[in-house]
Design a protein around this ligand. Structure first.
Ligand SMILES: NC(=O)c1ccc[n+]([C@@H]2O[C@H](COP(=O)([O-])OP(=O)(O)OC[C@H]3O[C@@H](n4cnc5c(N)ncnc54)[C@H](OP(=O)(O)O)[C@@H]3O)[C@@H](O)[C@H]2O)c1
Length: 270
C-alpha cells in the first residue's frame, strides 16, 4: 500500500511520535488521512489541522495502521480509549520501549496483527534506524507496510525474536543519548584543557558529527577510521591509551547497555 493511500491513527505525538509523523507527511502521507490523539499538542501539530489532520477525535472507520507512541508507563490507560480500533485488519505498530507484544494481544484480542518497532531520534532528520519484530498474525503486506513506514525515516532491520528488543532498545534506541553525552564530556574535557566553553563545544560537536558522517559515507569500518587518525607515537595514540586502557571504554559501554536493557526488561514486567 502506498503512503498516499494510507489511513493512520497515531496515539501519542510527543518527541518520537512527531518525528515519525513529520517524516511520513514529508514522504506523502495525506494529513486528511491522519487522526492523532495527544493531550498537549505542539504548535506544529496544531498547524497540521489546517492541512486536514484530525486532532483528538476518533476516526469513523478502522484505520490501516494504529501507531502507539505513548510512554510505556501509560500505554495500558492509552489503549483503553482505542480498544475497538485494534481489529484484525488494522496493523498495530507500537514503538514503546518495554511494552511487549502480549500486552497488545491481551487488550486487542489474540488475532490482532502487531509489529513492535524500536526507532531512534535521528529519525527526525531521516537518519534513524529502526528494528522491527512482528507477531504471527502480521501478513507479508502488513510487514512491508511497517517496514516502509519506518524506512521513510531511516534504515530498518528485522529481528528474529522479540527478546532481542531489550538489547536493541538499550543500544540503538537509547544510543543517541550516549553519543550526545560523549559530545558533552568532550566539551568539558576541552574546557579542562584550557579552551573556552564556546570553542570547546563547537569543536566537540563538529567532531562527533563529522566522525558520524564518515561512518555513514565511507566504506571503512570504525576500526579502520580510528587507525587513520592515529599516527604512530602521536597525540591520538597517547589519548587512546587512556580511553582504551584495560578496555575501559568497552567496559563502560557494556555496563551502560546492560543497565538500559535491564530497565527494558523491568518495564516489560510491569
Ligand atoms: N524518545 C526516544 O528516543 C524514543 C526512541 C524510541 C522509542 N521511544 C518510545 O516512544 C514512546 C514515546 O516516547 P517520547 O520520547 O516521544 O515521549 P513523549 O515525548 O513524552 O511523548 C509521548 C506523548 O504521549 C502523550 N500522551 C500521554 N497520554 C496519552 C494518551 N492517553 N493518549 C495519547 N497521548 C498521550 C504525552 O502527553 P503528556 O506529555 O502530556 O503525558 C506525550 O506527548 C515511548 O514509549 C518510548 O519508549 C522513544
Amino acid at each position: 500500500m502506498k503512503l498516499t493511500d494510507l489511513s493512520v491513527l497515531l496515539v501519542g505525538c510527543g518527541k518520537m511520535g512527531s518525528a515519525l509523523l513529520k517524516g511520513w507527511l514529508d514522504k506523502g502521507l495525506e494529513p486528511g488521512n491522519v487522526h492523532v490523539l495527544e493531550p498537549y499538542p505542539s504548535a506544529w501539530l496544531q498547524q497540521q489541522t489546517q492541512q486536514g489532520l484530525r486532532l483528538n477525535c476518533l476516526p469513523k472507520s478502522l484505520p490501516d495502521v494504529l501507531v502507539l507512541a505513548t510512554k510505556p508507563q501509560i500505554m495500558s490507560d492509552a489503549i483503553a480509549s482505542i480498544e475497538p480500533f485494534g481489529s484484525q485488519s488494522t496493523l498495530v505498530l507500537s514503538i514503546a520501549a518495554g511494552s511487549p507484544i502480549r500486552l497488545f494481544e491481551d487488550r486487542f484480542g489474540a488475532n490482532v496483527a502487531v509489529v513492535r518497532a524500536m526507532p531512534n531520534t535521528p529519525a527526525a532528520i531521516g537518519a534513524g534506524i529502526t528494528a522491527l519484530v512482528a507477531n504471527n498474525n502480521v501478513t507479508d503486506d502488513q510487514m512491508q507496510l511497517a517496514e516502509g513506514l519506518m524506512a521513510s525515516v531511516g534504515k530498518t532491520i528485522t529481528l528474529e525474536t522479540e527478546d532481542q528488543m531489550h538489547a536493541v532498545t538499550a543500544l540503538s534506541g537509547s544510543g543517541p543519548a550516549y553519543v550526545f553525552a560523549l559530545a558533552e564530556a568532550m566539551t568539558a574535557a576541552g574546557v579542562a584543557a584550557g579552551l573556552s566553553e564556546t570553542i570547546a563545544s563547537q569543536l566537540a560537536c563538529a567532531t562527533v558529527s563529522g566522525a558520524g558522517r564518515m561512518l555513514e559515507e565511507t566504506p571503512d569500518s570504525p576500526s579502520t577510521l580510528r587507525e587513520q587518525v592515529t599516527s604512530p607515537k602521536g597525540t591520538t595514540a597517547a589519548g587512546l591509551d587512556v580511553l582504551q586502557r584495560k578496555d575501559a571504554l568497552t567496559y563502560l559501554l557494556t555496563a551502560t547497555v546492560k543497565a538500559a536493557a535491564r530497565r527494558s526488561v523491568a518495564l516489560s514486567d510491569t
